[in-house]
Write a protein that binds this ligand. Structure first.
Ligand code: GMT
Length: 357
């Protein structure tokens, strides 16, 4: 497995899949520049570091070349049968460089590797060639598969992301750590990149707060944190907005919440929203990308991008819904039925079997 180790959905998906496969008895190595953030401590998957050598003659560290060299060398030494990369840029091209077409390569597309970087003229050619030469490419949603077909002329197999229902479960006893009696607890989790529109989450929350007592937890870190804090101050809600640093155990926060908010302008899937659903927490999200394949009307609400009034309205509607307890149960049952790790792992194993011929 090849993955980015930092906070982000693709690294989470790769680390958790590696862990599950290793637990089933497969030999699994995960190549990354650091130990993946969400790789469980007790995992049998082995982390293989990818160095970032810097020489003054280079304009910067040559990650792609270093990954290709590490993969080629370690595949021989470890006797690897197949390489599965997560996030195509530059992982697909690096694996292609390492092995060409003779070796079973599988790539999983996660979102901006298609919609932003994959379309960048600087990366498009090598990424397209690598994806077209691979034994298989998978995409985490139908929406992303359609984009990949347009961008790269390939037809990825759609395998949605999984969520572990043992970890992500309701934890109502933890709510009192974050909210007072009678207050609704809203949560958002992301890497606070501009496309996540975290300041909009705060703006929508301020509207909710005018209608009912509530608190907002913002779990994560990233470039928009300062702006989100500024908006909270400007709107006078800073006392009810709490920032929590990223944790390898987001289940402890999500399970305590009443509602999850996602205001992204782009989202191929929405892993954090799925983790919320499995925790028995309904979701209000923007109807972008593949989010509608995760958040259905039975378990949440979708609003137009930028419609903050709609976001707040949907949040209040759900929080005051007479059948909220039932919706919460339904959210968890739906997540378990559609996105159970066993089912998703089986789908990847089928792709591997075909790739191995
Ligand atoms: O969304 C991010 O900023 C992180 C990004 C990543 O590559 O880690 O997430 C993408 O992959 C996740 C796992 O498949 C999906 O749940 C996210 O929706 C997707 N992000 C985007 O499409 C923007």
């Amino acid at each position: 497995m090849v993955a980015y180790p930092v906070l982000g959905g693709s690294g989470t998906v790769a680390a958790e899949l590696a862990h599950r496969l290793a637990r089933m008895g497969h030999g699994v190595y995960i190549f990354a520049t650091a130990r993946p953030f969400r790789l469980p401590e007790d995992t049998k998957a082995v982390y293989v570091p990818v160095p970032l050598p810097y020489y003054p003659v280079f304009p910067g560290p040559l990650y792609t070349l270093s990954l290709a060299g590490t993969l080629e060398r370690e595949a021989r030494r470890l006797g690897l049968d197949l390489v599965h990369t997560h996030y195509a840029v530059p992982h697909a091209a690096a694996a292609y460089l390492a092995f060409g077409e003779a070796f079973p390569l599988v790539h999983t597309l996660h979102g901006t590797d298609v919609s932003v970087l994959g379309l960048d003229p600087a990366f498009h050619g090598p990424t397209r060639r690598a994806l077209q030469a691979a034994r298989a490419t998978t995409a985490v949603s139908q929406a992303l598969a359609r984009e990949a077909e347009k961008a790269f002329g390939i037809k990825p197999v759609v395998i949605p992301n999984a969520v572990d229902p043992e970890r992500f479960r309701p934890r109502p006893e933890r709510k009192r750590l974050y909210a007072a009696e009678g207050e609704a607890l809203l949560v958002h989790a992301s890497n606070f990149r501009p496309i996540k529109r975290v300041p909009d989450i705060v703006r929508a929350f301020a509207k909710v707060r005018k209608r009912l007592p509530a608190r907002l937890l913002l779990l994560g870190k990233g470039p928009e944190e300062e702006e989100a804090r500024r908006v909270a101050r400007e709107l006078g809600v800073e006392a009810w907005v709490r920032f929590l640093p990223p944790t390898p155990h987001p289940e402890e926060v999500l399970g305590a919440a009443d509602l999850f908010l996602l205001a992204s302008e782009e989202e191929s899937f929405g892993q954090a929203a799925l983790e919320a659903l499995a925790s028995g927490v309904p979701v209000v999200a923007t109807a972008v990308g593949g989010v509608g394949e995760v958040v259905t009307p039975e378990v949440g609400r979708l609003v137009e991008l930028g419609d903050l009034e709609g976001l707040a309205e949907a949040a209040v509607e759900l929080l005051t819904h007479p059948r909220l307890p039932e919706i919460r149960k339904r959210a968890r049952a739906y997540a378990i039925e559609r996105f159970h790790p066993e089912r998703i792992t089986r789908a990847y194993l089928e792709v591997y079997e075909k790739a191995l011929g």
